[in-house]
Design a protein around this ligand. Structure first.
Ligand code: NAP
Ligand code: F7E
Length: 351
């Protein structure tokens, strides 16, 4: 019997990789999409199936995590074995502009989904997309025991969502897992996140569309990994005997400046010529230093990241150069091929 999965946030970076992965394992996948005035399904176009045809395995439903009634109805109707809650206002700086909205989507949206599952009385395994941002000011390395000290409305809402996920596990015996994932990136990363802003910016500089890129804090350090590897682990967490919480990261950290230097030099450009500072990209409070200690995931889930910082940068620069019609150096794509990591059955679609 094939399993049924329900994904909120299916149109996002992670949702699209997860949907691909689950379809490849024979799942029937139900995804929640928001009604928008422009298309928001570019990342899943390549796996879209015409609902008029027979044997459709990917089914999309209009919904919103701020509309609890839509969640209750969809959970009852789709009867999922596994639910992945990836929906979020996921931009940390934007959460300072939209604090209440961010709390509604990331915090209240989570408890609405948990309530929909609880009230349905169905046997569901639940994944919550928690974040390393929850550690905030806590010094590195961070693991499952590290105290949360959120430094943004985004992170505070994610801490709430994490704790209700744990609470529903303890109070009601639900099979809830919280994945505390450090930054993970890909050619499908939204263009306003720093990695993609750098790699897509490089492609535009090479294509002579722009000649300067503006950034905020270059000193912040992040533990950056490759998104498709992380979405597979979401699934692995739900296949374990017991529900638990896991930190997922590479155990390697680099500054935003390191990222810029690495990416520009790979593309054969002198970074100092193209980078300028703009205050608007600074945050009222920023997380200075994230570095994961993923020992638990290594031991219990067999986690061993194949794509590390340098490969990640090469993969993203390669795809962004292709997206503007340029021939890339190709080392990133070559690495994916050599290691059997070309997960996507599509050409990478820009986020
Ligand atoms: P993303 O690309 O920004 O995708 C977010 C998804 O949530 C999109 O599908 C978006 O829909 C959807 N969404 C937003 N508001 C919604 C609402 N009110 N109702 C229903 N859907 C809504 O984010 P991502 O990078 O894939 O991240 C996935 C999840 O992991 C998020 O919860 C994020 O906070 C968390 N996370 C991400 C990272 C990371 O490094 N990527 C690390 C830790 C945790 P539209 O396409 O319509 O906007
Ligand atoms: O910023 C600095 C910025 O926006 C990384 C989300 O997926 O990962 C992501 O959150 C760093 C910060 O990611 C610019 O100040 C400098 O220190 O790429 P980012 P994030 O804030 O770490 C976590 C784990 C999540 O959970 C989130 O959902 O880069 N930075 N200059 C800049 N950042 C941006 N975006 N743009 C700049 O111009």
């Amino acid at each position: 019997m094939s399993k049924t999965a329900f994904i909120t946030g299916i149109t996002g970076q992670d949702g699209s990789y997860l949907a691909e992965f689950l379809l490849s394992r024979g799942y029937e996948v139900h995804g929640v999409i928001r009604r928008t005035s422009t298309f928001n399904t570019q990342r899943i176009t390549h796996i879209f199936q015409d609902p008029h045809e027979a044997d459709v395995h990917l089914k999309l439903h209009y919904g919103d995590v701020t509309d609890a009634s839509s969640l209750s109805l969809l959970i009852r109707e789709t009867e999922p074995d596994e639910v992945y809650n990836l929906a979020a206002q996921s931009h940390v700086r934007v959460s300072f502009d939209l604090p209440q909205y961010t709390a509604m989507v990331n915090g209240v949206g989570t408890i609405s989904l948990l309530e929909a599952i609880r009230q349905s009385k169905q046997d569901v395994r639940y994944y919550q997309a928690s974040s390393s941002e929850m550690f905030g000011a806590s010094p590195p390395p961070q693991n499952e025991q590290t105290i949360f000290h959120p430094l943004s409305p985004y992170a505070a809402a994610k801490v709430y969502a994490h704790w209700v996920t744990v609470n529903y596990r303890e109070a009601y015996g639900m099979f809830n897992c919280s994945g505390i994932l450090f930054n993970h990136e890909s050619p499908r990363r939204g263009r306003t996140f720093v990695t993609r802003k750098v790699t897509h910016g490089i492609a535009e500089i090479l294509a002579k569309k722009i000649d300067v890129l503006y950034f905020g804090n270059l000193d912040a350090k992040r533990d950056w990994g490759y998104a498709p590897e992380y979405t597979e682990l979401m699934w692995k967490m739900l296949q374990a005997d017991k529900p638990d919480d896991y930190v997922i990261g590479t155990g390697e950290s680099h500054s935003v400046r390191d990222l810029i230097i690495e990416a520009f030099s790979y593309a054969g450009l002198e970074w100092e010529k193209y980078i300028k500072h703009d205050e608007r990209y600074m945050r009222p409070s920023d997380v200075n230093y994230l570095l994961s200690d993923p020992s638990k995931a290594r031991k219990k889930l067999g986690w061993n990241p194949k794509v590390r910082f340098k490969e990640l940068v090469r993969i993203m620069v390669d795809y962004d150069m292709l997206s503007v019609g340029l021939e890339p150096p190709g080392e990133g794509i070559e690495f994916l091929k050599k290691n059997g990591l070309l997960w996507s059955n599509s050409e990478e679609t820009p986020g």
